[in-house]
Design a protein around this ligand. Structure first.
Ligand code: HEM
Length: 453
């Protein structure tokens, strides 16, 4: 696609709109087929949520046109707008200069030194989790990994074994928030105000979550000091004028990180173990590398570069099992690819759509970590692989997440071999990203090969 061309096209209308509802029904019914199919209709495709026109950007260069110029031409859009009442002004819900200020203030949360500390927390959480496994036991790996991701994040946020009631309140509130995400994005705001059992449960759970977070912040303020965790970094953060975050702002960042930092790593961890477990050749390479690099040592942050093949397994899993949609709202008329999108429009980009496009990833459903060998990676165009997005609003937890996926998988695969239960069909379910509908796997204790120590 030549983005410099002067001819301006009208975005193509996607066929299949229902009267009044537009494309809401096909999106909700089959999101995983709907999005990749849109690629066939143009680089920018117009769909409708009811009467609202929404522009789906399908070409990597056009997606970069949206993401990379940053926050001058775009606000965040509908998904995060709809989360603000539940999350407050967290880094993921604000736009423009407010966002740039928070982004700067959150940098100390993700320094190398702190990431190294979080890696130790995660490895310990993985070891505690596997300590109760029995040889030959069948595990619901999707649930186990979601719980592990929650423990890893809660302990990275608050470096004390959080009070079980706090962890439970945060967990329950987050589960409802994430599960309601897609629905809240496409349904009208008035629906949220209805006293339905689902809405009431949602309100109760989020209220309990906020009360629990307030208690922890008050306890930290009273005690002072740096515990090496996220909350200490947030309380100690200062901008150039020496101003820090208010309690309310700290609260919003904690709940935002809790929402954004569990669902995706939990689901992807399950998928990583599934991809390793279902292909003996992949498992053999992962295990040989772990044994050679770690010997009997537990994995840590500094081992990441040497765990090269496992890194590619993680990258390839993030290609296939990836976020579904994010949105932006245009502040002015913008040129995207060869089309103009008007001011005030909603724009969708979809890592899932891009990562399943055979033009950039031949045989896209095939799991192949060697796509990420240096000589193959060169052929993938910029913007075609964006599990963590790009530009001003890209994932601030990208390093945290890739480190978590690698360290936790290494800690598990050093001692255990997980195999899918034969005859089980695992299907993808669309939430914020694709989750497995179930993931029963049998755990076998590994005999370690003697390798260099
Ligand atoms: C596999 C794991 C993860 C994936 C695939 C992922 C993906 C993404 C993507 C695609 C965005 C951009 C959203 C947009 O364009 O509007 C994003 C934003 C964000 N993510 Fe992640 N994420 C992951 C893990 C995490 C973790 C572990 C954390 C926190 C510890 C986190 C915190 C955030 C935050 C705060 C934002 C908003 C950033 C901003 O607006 O400046 N994410 N994530």
């Amino acid at each position: 696609m030549d983005t410099s061309q002067t001819i301006v096209r009208q975005p193509a209308d996607l066929p299949g709109a229902w009267p009044l509802l537009g494309h809401i029904v096909p999106i909700l019914r089959r999101p995983l087929e709907f999005l990749p199919a849109a690629s066939g209709h143009g680089d920018v495709v117009k769909v409708r949520f009811g009467r609202l026109p929404v522009y789906v950007v399908t070409h990597p260069a056009a997606v970069r046109d949206v993401l990379v110029p940053g926050d001058l031409d775009y606000r965040r859009g509908r998904i995060f707008d709809r989360l603000e009442p539940a999350l407050g002004k967290g880094i993921a819900t604000v736009s423009g200069s407010e966002h740039r200020r928070l982004r700067r203030l959150l940098q100390p949360v993700f320094t190398r030194e702190r990431l190294s500390g979080y890696a130790a927390v995660m490895r310990t959480a993985a070891e505690e989790c596997t300590a109760s496994w029995r040889d030959g036991q069948t595990l619901a790996v999707d649930e186990v990994m979601n719980d592990l991701a929650l423990t890893a994040l809660t302990r990275s946020l608050f470096n004390v074994t959080a009070h079980p009631a706090t962890a439970e309140a945060v967990k329950h509130g987050m589960r409802l928030l994430t599960h309601g995400l897609l629905l809240r994005t496409v349904l009208p705001p008035a629906w949220e105000r209805l006293p339905t059992p689902g809405n009431l449960r949602f309100r109760r759970a989020t209220a309990a979550m906020h009360a629990a977070v307030d208690d922890v912040i008050a306890a930290y303020r009273a005690a002072g000091g740096d515990r090496g965790d996220v909350l200490s970094a947030l309380l100690g953060a200062r901008d150039d004028d020496g101003h820090g975050l208010s309690d309310q702002e700290v609260h919003a960042q904690v709940t935002t990180l809790a929402l954004t930092g569990v669902e995706a790593p939990g689901a992807v961890l399950g998928w990583v173990l599934y991809e390793i477990g279902r292909d003996p050749a992949v498992a053999a390479r992962v295990e040989a590398e772990i044994d050679a690099v770690l010997g009997d040592r537990p994995p840590g942050f500094d081992d990441l570069p040497a765990l090269d093949y496992l890194g590619r397994v993680v990258e390839e899993t993030l290609r296939l099992r990836t976020p579904l949609v994010f949105m932006r709202r245009t502040l002015t008329d913008v040129r995207v690819g060869g089309s103009v999108i008007p001011a005030g429009a909603e724009v969708i980009y979809s890592p899932y759509l891009l990562h399943h496009d055979a033009r950039w990833f031949p045989d896209p459903s095939r799991f192949d970590p060697d796509r990420w060998l240096p000589e193959n990676r060169e052929r993938i165009p910029k913007g075609a692989y964006i599990p963590f997005a790009a530009g001003a609003y890209q994932c601030i937890g990208k390093l945290f997440a890739t480190m978590e996926l690698t360290v936790v998988t290494a800690a598990i695969c050093a001692r255990w071999r997980l195999r899918p239960v034969p005859g089980t069909r695992v299907r993808e379910v669309a939430t914020a990203l694709v989750r497995p509908d179930r993931l029963p796997m049998t755990a076998h204790r590994r005999e370690r090969a003697a390798g260099p120590r």
